[in-house]
Design a protein around this ligand. Structure first.
Ligand code: G3H
Length: 285
């Protein structure tokens, strides 16, 4: 099944596919291990920074190796703000491209998103677009309340979303309804009424929810019921990785680092496995 077929299945059956960021091989192994254990499809995503570090072609080859083993993987370029980066991922063979023009003037955003769609669709590569900038960053915003981040950004305007989707033909719309990126002192709460309005005006477009770390679990379930089919998660995994690494370095003198990685992988896998359960995608492969 290709990316669009997986998202279509998720929309029809009312579940969300987790989109998990990778910045190193251990994290990739953790996602794959969770996908296998849960029999779940997964979106493996890397930002332009993560993709440059890992290597665009390496990511495509690594994903292909796991696809050959029967793991249902969609490889996604996450939050690319420049057409050149999107093209690089497209040329390398990514399955899904998120062009994030959320900080550009609307007309410029529309023009580039359209260009991405024209490039991607003939090869059945999916495109995600973003209009109202999703604030925050995939980091620990210790001591900071998420509300302070939220006010900095504009929540998605349903009418702008409709116009954007109609004019660009993107497959997925990245909604901003309180889902700022990162972990905060308090739980993120979602503006579910706004999500319903968005669903109503673009009923045939897939909806994504970025900032999947630290969101109230009931809100996640409700968002999936309303129509979110892709949920992006990064910070909780990064946090689990770092915590375990710190603990291992504190308690071990090992210099063959690969011998320490299985424990890190296990901790990150736990996070991914819990998200898969919450998103309802377990057992869908
Ligand atoms: O695209 C990546 C995500 O939106 C990650 O958000 O760091 O809050 O999990 P998060």
């Amino acid at each position: 099944m290709n990316a669009k077929e997986w998202l279509t299945k998720a929309k029809k059956e009312g579940f969300a596919i987790g989109a998990f960021n990778v910045g190193n091989l251990e994290t990739l192994e953790a996602i794959v291990a969770a996908a296998k254990a849960k029999k779940a499809p997964v979106i493996i995503e890397a930002s332009p920074g993560e993709s440059s570090f890992m290597g665009y072609n390496n990511l495509v080859d690594l994903a292909q190796n796991y696809k050959d083993e029967g793991v249902a993987i969609i490889l996604n370029l996450d939050h690319a703000t420049e057409f050149e980066k999107v093209k690089q991922a497209f040329d390398a063979g990514f399955d899904y491209l998120h062009f994030d023009g959320g900080q550009l003037p609307f007309e410029e955003n529309v023009a580039i998103a359209k260009q991405v769609v024209e490039m991607a669709h003939p090869k059945a590569v999916m495109v995600e677009g973003e209009v109202d900038h999703i604030t925050g960053s995939s980091d620990l915003h210790t001591g900071e309340k998420v509300a302070s981040e939220q006010v900095k950004g504009n929540y998605s305007d349903p009418q702008k979303a409709r116009e954007f989707v109609e004019r660009t033909g993107v497959d997925t719309y990245a909604s901003f309804i309180g889902n700022a990126h990162g972990l905060y002192a308090d739980e993120k709460r979602l503006d579910l009424n706004r999500l319903k309005e968005i669903r109503q005006v673009i009923p045939d477009t897939f909806l994504s929810l970025h900032g999947g770390s630290g969101v109230n679990q009931e809100d996640i379930k409700a968002a999936i019921e309303i129509g979110v089919n892709k949920i992006n998660v990064n910070t909780e995994m990064r946090n689990a990785y770092r915590k375990e690494l710190e603990e291992l370095l504190r308690t071990s003198d090992e210099v063959a680092m690969y011998k320490l990685y299985p424990e890190i992988i296990e901790e990150v896998q736990k996070v991914v496995g819990e998200k898969i359960d919450l998103f309802g995608s377990a057992g869908k492969v």
